[in-house]
Design a protein around this ligand. Structure first.
Ligand code: PLP
Length: 452
């Protein structure tokens, strides 16, 4: 049984307002409300605040607690590794047993010649690593002009300077004078909002062709790589038409441009396969991973690359990149145990065959609600797009307000469902049962009714 500490919530909230600047939060509001929302403990798919109010966590934390809360095995894996060797560096040729085991395990799960792994601590660091790695690679290949990155609108790849440049959120860019030079963005395959009168599959092809047009505009000799989340998560669970990714892959191969899959959300079972690229039918040269890699129990991320990319790097000797905690043994031990749990409980297969299809069918019923324009799902990813007018797909004004109201109605009803722009997004733990999916949909329906 979990230890339930007796927190002095009023004191903690006071200190929070006084001293803690929250990431991606309205700081004015946090201070005005006398501190942030305090969560104290969790079990399975439920999380509890300091008043012991229960919430169904429809977001698995921040798209990450794939095996659910309260996993004693992960606690034990961390404790065992801390006792044995809490830290050693992977710099200067060092390594530790769990670091090695995890690298090998990831290459086994990934397949497709993605045989080499680098470690970092967060999705942002993984994607920053990707940018440095790709630039180094093309220099080594004797093509130093190949430096430009092409990403998509609505993308989120992280918060550091290069990762945020790959992303495409206006305010993030404005607040830090981004993107950095050499980062370009093209249409995303967001059919519901931007597809016009095209059918989804031809819209998918048109969006892939937008990437080719950008490659031709910049000159293929200047383009290093294309990066994308298989399904754009934080941008609003934008599930691409089936035609999209195979065509993007074909275009990248044709112009010798590397293809990077950001699997930070889609990886580790979320879409009903170990990786989103399998579900969506393409083979990347580089894969970034985080979140579900350790189910959020420890901060760890990874970048996998094919032999083609690893070989020149290895042949070149020193590459001056990495972090003190790259391949951290405790985080690696937890990630390994997390993968073991996922395999033992057949979580990926469950999402593909059982809970994913049920989630799709049940969530779709919410399209009856007058403010729901479209419900999108893939595996256990869900998006509920809010509109003021279903026929014209006109959005609510001011933009984002309906989502904020809906998120608050969810909290009041005991559900954590996040608002991403005009879309309510869901990403529950992969352990969620059919009965719990029913509960989630009931609570979401209630919150939508109260928002309408
Ligand atoms: N890439 C994607 C697709 C993400 O969704 C996120 C975070 O939500 C990141 C990268 C950044 O990961 P982190 O917050 O661990 O830096």
């Amino acid at each position: 049984t979990a230890i339930r500490a007796n927190y002095d919530a009023p004191r903690l909230r006071r200190l929070d307002a006084a001293h803690h600047i929250h990431p991606f939060s309205n700081a004015t509001q946090v201070v005005a409300e006398g501190g942030g929302k305090l969560f104290a403990h969790a079990d399975g798919i439920y999380i509890y605040d300091t008043d012991n109010k229960r919430y169904l966590d429809g977001m698995a934390g921040l798209w990450c607690v794939n095996v659910g809360y309260g996993r004693e095995e992960l606690v034990e894996a961390a404790a065992r590794q801390m006792r044995e060797l809490p830290y050693y560096s992977s710099f200067f040729g060092g390594t530790t047993p769990p670091t090695v085991e995890l690298a090998a395990k990831l290459t086994e799960l990934l397949g497709h010649g993605l045989n080499h792994v680098l470690f970092a601590n967060s999705g942002s660091e993984a994607n920053d690593t990707v940018v440095r790695l790709v630039r180094h690679f093309w220099n080594l290949e004797g093509k130093p002009k190949k430096k430009a990155f092409i990403a998509r609108r609505h993308a989120y790849h992280g918060s550091t300077m290069a990762a945020a440049s790959l992303g495409n959120w206006g305010t993030m860019h404005e607040q830090a004078d981004l993107p950095l030079p050499g980062f370009h963005h093209v249409e995303a395959p967001y059919w519901y909002a931007e597809g016009g009168d095209k059918d989804p599959e031809s819209f998918g092809i048109a969006c892939a062709k937008a990437i080719e047009a950008k490659i031709l505009e910049l000159g293929a000799d200047n383009v290093a790589a294309v990066i994308g989340e298989p399904v754009q998560g934080a941008g609003g669970v934008i599930v691409p038409p089936k035609s999209y990714w195979p065509e993007v892959e074909r275009i990248c191969r044709k112009h010798d441009v590397l293809l990077i899959a950001d699997e930070v959300i889609c990886g580790f079972g979320r879409t009903g396969a170990w990786f989103g690229f399998e579900t969506l039918g393409f083979k990347p040269d580089i894969v970034s991973m985080a979140k579900g890699l350790s189910s959020g129990y420890q901060p760890i991320s990874a970048v996998a690359v094919t032999d083609r990319i690893a070989k020149p790097l290895i042949d070149a000797g020193y590459w001056l990149h990495g972090f003190t905690y790259s391949g951290h043994p405790v985080a690696a031990a937890v990630a390994l145990k997390n993968i073991e749990i996922m395999e033992r409980e057949h979580l990926v297969q469950k999402v593909a065959k059982e809970t994913g299809p049920y989630f799709a069918q049940r969530l779709k019923t919410l399209e009856k609600n007058p403010i729901v324009g479209e419900v999108r799902t893939l595996g256990l990813l869900g998006g509920i797009e809010l509109v003021a007018d279903k026929k014209t797909r006109k959005r609510f004004e001011p933009l984002g307000h309906a989502g904020t109201v809906c998120r608050e109605r969810c909290l009041a009803n005991g559900l954590i469902m996040r608002a991403s722009f005009e879309t309510m997004v869901l990403s529950p733990p992969l352990t969620i049962t059919k009965a719990q999916i029913d509960e989630l949909v009931t609570l979401a329906g209630r919150a939508l009714d109260e928002t309408a």
